[in-house]
Ligand binder design. Structure first.
Ligand SMILES: NC(=O)C1=CN([C@@H]2O[C@H](COP(=O)(O)OP(=O)(O)OC[C@H]3O[C@@H](n4cnc5c(N)ncnc54)[C@H](O)[C@@H]3O)[C@@H](O)[C@H]2O)[C@H](O)CC1
Ligand SMILES: [K+]
Length: 243
């Protein structure tokens, strides 16, 4: 499968292992660091959320479902940007006491906004217009279980628009294999490069977000990369089968 922009730029896709290596090079050698990449991810996700809700965004109910890792951090960052603009934002975290430090810092910043942090048991009272799936990204390991599974199941029964960050939770980013319980998003915003498992059947509309990684990092992995973003910071991607 090939990933192309509207203007025909072909974007290389990567497996989870390759994405982890790109992350490592950026974090350990070239930059940007994890905080900076996550901020770019969350900012782009906030902008796409507003675009998706169009003129009713300021009155819409937006609910972010966040895991404890980098995916959750990107979702919480988007929540802060939306709350800073006066949007009606609620955040539900799987295990607030187990947040990775960069994700915990995003939650710390969120607490200075009017965003409401709700518990899993309070979800039953919620009927959001937009649900952001920031539960699990490319580090899915095995069938979703525990609190992540509870959030995935709840979201699957909701009527609101669903946007998944990076990878729909429960989908294997390399193979596209779907766990028994997984998020079926209307839209997916994947980060930096598309992952090989992001088939149209799992992503809904696919967007690629620029999180600030220099081209040299991709060249270290021998990827044939030309920036697909032009003057923008996120672009629509179209998936075309090779044959
Ligand atoms: N350069 C980039 O692409 C960047 C990506 N970012 C985001 O970070 C995630 C990867 O973050 P990581 O901390 O490695 O893990 P995840 O957040 O994907 O997942 C951990 C999260 O998921 C839960 N979980 C995993 N498997 C299961 C399971 N079987 N059952 C239940 N729960 C599960 C786990 O408990 C954690 O809560 C990437 O996708 C991007 O979104 C960075 O933000 C910036 C750079
Ligand atoms: K996700």
């Amino acid at each position: 499968m090939q990933f192309k922009t509207k203007t025909g730029i072909v974007v290389p896709s990567v497996t989870m292992e390759q994405m982890i290596e790109i992350d490592r090079i950026a974090i350990e050698e070239t930059g940007p660091n994890l905080f900076q990449m996550m901020e770019n991810a969350g900012r782009n996700l906030a902008e796409l959320s507003i675009k998706t809700l169009s003129k009713s965004w300021a009155k819409s109910e937006i609910l972010i479902l966040a895991g404890t890792g980098g995916n959750g951090g990107g979702g919480i960052c988007a929540a802060r940007h939306l709350a800073n603009k006066g949007a009606n934002v609620k955040v539900c975290v799987t295990e607030p006491e187990k947040l990775k430090n960069v994700t915990a810092y995003q939650l710390h910043i969120l607490k200075s906004t009017n965003a409401k942090i709700i518990s899993i048991k309070e979800l039953k009272n919620e009927h959001p217009d937009l649900i952001i799936d920031a539960i699990i990204g490319y580090s899915l390991s095995g069938e979703p279980k525990g609190k992540s599974l509870e959030l995935i199941k709840w979201a699957s029964q909701q009527l609101g628009i669903k946007i998944s960050l990076d990878i729909p939770s429960g989908i294997n980013s390399t193979t596209g294999e779907a766990a028994i319980h997984h998020i079926k998003p209307d839209i997916t915003m994947t980060l930096a490069l598309p992952k090989t498992g992001l088939f149209p059947s799992v992503t809904g509309e696919l967007y690629l977000a620029d999180i600030g990684i220099p081209k040299k990092v991709y060249e270290k992995l021998k990827l044939n990369y030309q920036s697909p973003f032009e003057e923008k910071f996120y672009v629509r991607l179209f998936q075309e089968s090779n044959n």
